[in-house]
Design a protein around this ligand. Structure first.
Ligand SMILES: C[S@@+](CC[C@H](N)C(=O)[O-])C[C@H]1O[C@@H](n2cnc3c(N)ncnc32)[C@H](O)[C@@H]1O
Length: 274
């Protein structure tokens, strides 16, 4: 694959267009990965030139949706990094149990596998009845998928192994009903979810939470945007609340860092100071 199909000034033109026309601001996304994604879209969609790509984005709303979905990376899984969930089960849930009501936000939730994982942990700790799990993503298609609670059956073996590695003791299959090639997750989990589109770049804080997950999202942003989003997460987290980032992410270099204590440095879980 030629890594330089799209030129730097064309990327600038595209980003300016997406912002002006639709309000999508990708200008502070890490440039190298953005370039790779755009190049890939052009190859897969057999677009011979930048002009063709730009024309389709401007003139075809369905293509715009497709482009946004493809330019952002949506890879996720249930109990991703199982040890993180084992730590949450052991060290965070006993604290959350002392609260009368628990609000948790999954920011950049993709298709929602993380949110269902957390709902399962809360259910097993007897806390789901007093919890609300907010799940948001920039991408409208993702949000619909989260609401449905339907995931490919072929992933269940891996998810079941992750669940056990995260300390799960039940039969994982009790949480879903198999329907042909799909696993439909139980309405007990689904009814505690509030799912919406939310853009971390341009939307503001909308509630105060006791716990926020924003995993594997900041890695796609440059330093300036990472800082802006960390400020937004900080504004949305209660004192003594828990912040969970992805295993390759950190708040060490952020202005919010002094306000946080590492709870489990390897698992990238912090607790906000009083
Ligand atoms: C790699 S996925 C991470 C999913 C999940 N958090 C996990 O760790 O498994 C990154 C997600 O961030 C979302 N995203 C990218 N930019 C965003 C933005 N500005 N606001 C909200 N979500 C965004 C993408 O749509 C994608 O679903």
């Amino acid at each position: 694959m030629d890594p330089n199909i799209i030129r730097e000034e064309e990327i600038e033109q595209l980003l300016a267009g997406l912002l002006d026309l639709y309000g999508y601001d990708f200008t502070n996304y890490a440039r190298a990965s953005l370039r790779r994604r755009i190049n890939r879209i052009m190859i897969v969609d057999k677009l011979p030139s930048f002009a063709e790509l730009f024309y389709k984005i401007k003139s075809d709303p369905a293509y715009l949706k497709h482009f946004v979905a493809e330019v952002t990376v949506n890879v996720t899984e249930m109990f991703r990094d199982p040890q993180v969930y084992a730590t949450i089960r052991r060290e965070v849930l006993p604290v959350l149990a002392t609260y009368p009501f628990i609000r948790i936000w999954h920011a950049g939730c993709a298709t929602g596998e993380e949110v269902y994982s957390m709902a399962i942990l809360l259910e097993e700790s007897g806390l789901l009845h007093k919890s609300l799990l907010y799940a948001t993503d920039l991408n409208h298609n993702m949000v619909e998928q989260v609401r449905s609670g339907i995931f490919p059956m072929r992933h269940m073996k891996q998810y079941s192994e992750n669940y056990i590695a995260a300390g799960g003791k039940q039969d994982f299959s009790q949480y879903y009903t198999a329907k042909y090639d799909r696993a439909v997750f139980s309405s007990t989990l689904r009814k505690k979810l509030i799912v919406a589109t939310h853009n971390l770049v341009s939307d503001s804080s909308f509630n105060e939470f006791q716990m926020i997950f924003c995993r594997n999202v900041l890695i796609y942003f440059d330093k300036t945007l990472q800082e802006k989003v960390l400020q937004l997460l900080d504004n949305s987290l209660e004192q003594r609340g828990f912040l969970v980032l992805g295993t390759k992410e950190n708040l060490r270099f952020s202005a919010i860092a002094p306000g946080y204590l590492p709870l489990a440095p390897k698992d990238k879980i912090w607790r906000k100071r009083q």
